[in-house]
Write a protein that binds this ligand. Structure first.
Ligand code: KIV
Ligand code: ZN
Length: 518
């Protein structure tokens, strides 16, 4: 056994199943490239048979992301495996991940199949996938609620059939650390051919134990951990990659295992995933939360000044936290701006730099001090790379007590046509979004609206995230500005531009009320 734990990232598959997350192909490819920089061993890019969009994003990631295994999920049926194999055709290191439920509850109520049938289907699924690729992983879904004796038979059979990795999912987050470790130990002791495959773990966080269970399993002999950035995923999420990795690194004395993860990329990856999915990271989130390395109490601050290790078990810079520095202002030139972007670790094309600099100047006109966080927020928008089919030229709002909230917008369409519209709403944002609907001819239903200040101070930039339902699909939008009404309009337009740039047939202009009074 090596002392290296394989990190299998499923942000783009299980993570994308998070309620409220919405990623388009371009965003998935961006995240996959960042995961490659983070140096994960395997990227599970999607479930190709589940939709055309998933198929296409797995295909693009397989084609464009090098130096890492790319996996596609498939049920143990031929049409799923065919789709996964096709999507992975161009991958440098393709992996097909076949799954089939094994627990009594799933056998009895979902699959209506006896134990022998389950084993036959699992073996057939693995054998069929092996016709396409050498690297096949099998997951007995709901393994942690499967009778251990039966699980031993399934695992032995799929390893005999050629599975190189066998994953033991705690699908419903039912396991607790001692119990889960006992399953892994039990498999290691009782499966005769266990050394021919890698044992993997995949934990959900329904009891808040996903990371603890994964680590207990590693101690019991698991060699691969499946996890997601920021712990996003179905229901309460999956084990958070950054927590698993930093626990193994910080407590190497105890675990004696390492990973290949470039930990300095953790914050950048967390921010990118949060920005693109619209799923905010809580302030006190371990490793990547804003407060993760903040010291409030005077006693702690005093200790830190005397000796950092009195109250810090990890170095903030090891996970990519940067010290907030006052960097630039109104008079800073393009060169200084470009240099700072580089220092912050971003690679932008000349065109992106030019657009970001224009936005920086715009912000600097209104905000005296520009912090690193402000620059990162601006860059985050540029990195989204959504064509500006509709551009906000100006807006006006009137609202307040005893006033009917009214918004007017002036929007420039590609081709330079200008459209003006003014309308009322339940609140200023409702009126604003309705005026945008009228001007663009695309009607959105607001599903989620979030705002936060990028830094402290009354002149801080506001960052707005929206999730908008358009033609039955959810599109995320994001924007920043020192004016939060402007940021709201731009975030909403950002979501609308995603639809417009796909040339989707627009729904007739029906101005619906947003579901929230904003
Ligand atoms: O939670 C689960 O069981 C899964 C499998 C498909 C691996 O996500
Ligand atoms: Zn899962």
């Amino acid at each position: 056994m090596t002392n290296n734990i394989i990190i299998f990232d499923t942000t783009l598959r299980d993570g994308e199943q998070s309620p409220g997350a919405s990623l388009d192909i371009h965003e998935k490819v961006q995240i996959a490239k960042q995961l490659a920089l983070l140096n994960v061993d395997v990227i599970e890019a999607g479930f190709p048979v589940s939709s055309q969009g998933d198929f296409e994003s797995v295909r693009r990631i397989a084609q464009e992301v090098r130096g890492v295994s790319v996996a596609g999920l498939a049920r143990a049926v031929e049409k799923d495996i065919d789709a996964a194999a096709k999507a992975l055709e161009k991958a440098e290191k393709p992996r097909i991940h076949v799954f089939l439920a094994t627990s009594e509850i799933h056998r009895k109520y979902k699959l209506f199949k006896a134990k022998e049938e389950i084993i036959n289907l699992a073996v057939k699924g693995v054998g069929y996938a092996l016709k396409y690729v050498d690297d096949v992983e099998f997951s007995p879904e709901d393994a942690s609620r499967t009778e251990l004796e039966f699980l031993v038979q399934v695992v032995e059979a799929v390893i005999d059939a050629g599975a190189k990795t066998v994953n033991i999912p705690d699908t419903v987050g039912y396991a607790v650390p001692d119990h889960y470790a006992a399953i892994i130990r039990g498999l290691r002791e009782r499966v005769g051919n266990i050394n021919k495959a890698v044992i993997s773990v995949h934990c959900h966080n329904d009891l808040g134990l996903a990371v603890a269970n994964s680590l207990a399993a590693v101690k019991a002999g698991a060699q691969q951990v499946e996890c997601t950035i920021n712990g996003i995923g179905e229901r309460a999420g999956n084990a958070a990659l950054e927590e698993v990795v930093m626990a193994l690194k910080t407590r190497h004395d105890f675990y004696k295992y390492s990973t290949r993860i470039v930990t300095k990329e953790l914050i950048a990856t967390s921010k990118l995933v949060s920005t693109l999915t619209g799923l905010r990271v809580q302030r006190n989130k371990a490793i990547v939360g804003e407060n993760a390395f903040a010291h409030q109490s005077g006693v702690h601050q005093d200790g830190i000044i005397k000796e950092r290790t009195t109250y810090e078990i990890m170095k903030p810079e090891d996970v990519g936290h940067l010290k907030t520095r006052l960097v630039l202002g109104k008079l800073s030139g393009r060169h200084a701006f470009k240099e700072r972007i580089k220092e912050l670790g971003y690679e932008l094309s000349e065109e992106e730099v030019a657009r970001a600099f224009e936005e920086f100047k715009h912000v600097a006109d209104r905000k005296k001090e520009i912090f690193d966080e402000d620059i990162e927020a601006i860059i985050g928008i540029e990195k989204m790379d959504v064509p500006a089919i509709f551009q906000l030229e100006s807006l006006s709002i009137s609202c307040g007590p005893n006033t009917v909230p009214t918004a007017g917008v002036r929007i420039r369409l590609k081709g330079d046509k200008i459209v003006n519209n003014t309308t009322n709403g339940d609140g200023p944002i409702d009126a604003l979004f309705k005026a945008i609907d009228l001007s663009t001819g695309i009607s959105g239903k607001l599903q989620d609206y979030n705002i936060r200040s990028v830094t402290g101070g009354k002149d801080a930039m506001g960052e707005v995230f929206v999730n908008v339902e358009i033609n039955g699909k959810i599109y995320g939008g994001r924007a920043v500005s020192t004016d939060i009404i402007e940021a709201s309009a731009k975030a909403y337009l950002n979501a609308i531009n995603k639809v417009a740039s796909k040339n989707i047939e627009y729904a007739p202009v029906v101005v619906k009320k947003s579901s929230m009074k904003l």
